[in-house]
Design a protein around this ligand. Structure first.
Ligand code: SF4
Ligand code: SF4
Length: 152
């Protein structure tokens, strides 16, 4: 049997203890924490590596990747060879107002064209600004950290 008021005292004890602890939150934007290198901040696109296969757009659970492309014929690599066809990107947008940062697109890309960057400071005053086009996604590539070394 518990004494009357025991729960209240216990709750007050927890409150008192927390009052003298150092807060675990920081006063952003005055204080900025450095995210861990593999944090999911923003997705970067390597346009050269992308083959417009559409796999990421099809697998995205939020349907927030928009891709358009066209095919271009290229000169054969040697005289008399076959004309090669290469898919070129016309549009690659990610709508970060919809993205839930699940990382499926990065995981499924068979050509290593998508990467996580720990950058997180890209808030906007309106929703339109959260749609990053392919040039903006390409610019994020400079912020992608080196992959960790292989474990021996
Ligand atoms: S992280 Fe997830 S929700 Fe965001 S674009 Fe990629 S697949 Fe879509
Ligand atoms: S899965 Fe990779 S290669 Fe295919 S469209 Fe997406 S980013 Fe490009």
């Amino acid at each position: 049997m518990t004494l009357p008021g025991y729960g209240l005292l216990k709750g007050m004890g927890v409150t008192l203890r927390q009052m003298f602890r150092k807060p675990i939150t920081v006063q952003y934007p005055k204080v900025r924490e450095t995210p861990v290198p593999r944090a999911r901040g923003v997705i970067a696109l390597d346009q050269e590596a992308c083959t417009v296969c559409m796999l990421c757009a099809r697998q995205c659970p939020d349907w927030c990747i928009y891709i358009e492309g066209h095919k271009e014929e290229q000169e054969p690599s040697k005289p008399g060879g076959r004309v090669r066809v290469r898919a070129e990107l016309d549009r690659f947008d990610i709508d970060y107002a919809l993205c839930m940062y699940c990382g499926i697109c990065v995981e499924v890309c068979p050509f290593d064209a998508l990467f996580w960057s720990p950058e997180y400071e890209y808030t906007e005053h309106n929703m339109d600004g959260m749609l990053h086009d392919m040039d903006r996604l390409q610019d994020w590539l400079a912020t992608v950290p080196e992959p960790p070394g292989l474990q021996q």
